[in-house]
Ligand binder design. Structure first.
Ligand code: HEC
Ligand code: HEC
Length: 211
């Protein structure tokens, strides 16, 4: 177990910090108990997401949804399609997690303060409003999410991330695994968005909903 964890730390840190820092942190891992809290390296210091790394906001998002995604990444239900470049970045991060460490991480993430998200898209929000009528059935009128239906909150998430996910669902890079029952419900919804402009318009409308 420890070896695998070290290897994962190596991948994360090796990609992002200097070799010296890696040597130092490996020494720290040797001296201390294993720490799985490396998430902010990619998801941003306040968990607000990092566009450069394509890692979405975690702060303020629903615990039940984050849990399922971590389990899906760990099981290979998400992040295994060869064209799912961002998902394949995340999957190795979830692989060493245990049920106990997932619970620990969710408690930690739940303690992060929600700070407003920056709008980066300039689509046609009024055209997007019409398109969003379909989405509201599952994600809610205010895109607040619906746990009973397994549909997460979209409001407050980074717009660039929502765009990538819609493109991935539409292309079958996400939601096409045989065991991804909820992804399979979402994929045809993204498929019904005609093109990139429609995707940007609907996300621009979601941007107007705030939190
Ligand atoms: C090497 C960078 C990296 C690290 C470290 C990392 N992630 Fe990620 N994570 C990503 C990327 C990139 C995505 C976006 C995947 C996609 O677009 O499908 C992601 C997606 C996610 C998602 C899906 C969110 C959603 O809205 O569907 C969750 C949950 C998540 N990460 C949790 C974590 C946790 C918890 C940790 C720490 C144990 C962590 N991540 C560490 C890069 C990283
Ligand atoms: C039939 C119910 C349903 C409808 C209608 C629906 N969705 Fe979803 N959506 C889901 C479910 C369930 C998930 C979670 C999939 C998973 O667990 O991977 C999801 C996930 C998503 C995600 C990924 C969020 C994240 O954090 O990773 C986006 C973006 C999204 N939906 C946008 C939309 C948009 C835009 C529409 C309208 C065009 C829409 N959805 C219509 C059920 C639905």
């Amino acid at each position: 177990m420890k070896k695998r964890n070290l290897a994962v730390c190596g991948i994360v840190l090796g990609a992002l910090v200097s070799v010296e820092a890696l040597a130092q942190s490996e020494a720290q891992v040797d001296d201390h108990y294993y720490n799985d809290r490396y998430c902010t390296t990619c998801h941003g210091a306040d968990g607000m997401g990092s566009e450069g790394i394509s890692a979405p906001r975690l702060a303020g998002m629903e615990e039940w949804y984050l849990k399922r995604q971590l389990e899906n990444f760990r099981a290979g239900i998400r992040g295994t399609h060869e064209m799912d470049l961002q998902g394949r970045e995340m999957r190795p991060m979830a692989m060493p997690l245990t049920d106990a460490s997932i619970a620990d991480l969710l408690g930690w993430i739940g303690s992060w303060e929600y700070k407003p998200t920056q709008v980066t898209l300039a689509g046609d929000a009024s055209a997007g409003r019409t398109l969003y009528a379909t989405c509201a059935a599952c994600h809610g009128d205010a895109a607040q999410g619906n746990e009973a239906l397994g549909a997460p909150a979209l409001a407050g998430q980074n717009d660039w991330y929502l765009v990538t996910q819609l493109k991935n669902f539409k292309s079958g890079y996400r939601g096409s695994h045989a065991d991804d029952k909820l992804g399979a419900q979402m994929a045809p919804m993204a498929g019904a968005l005609a093109d990139q402009a429609a995707i940007e318009n609907v996300v621009s409308y979601i941007n107007t909903l705030g939190r």
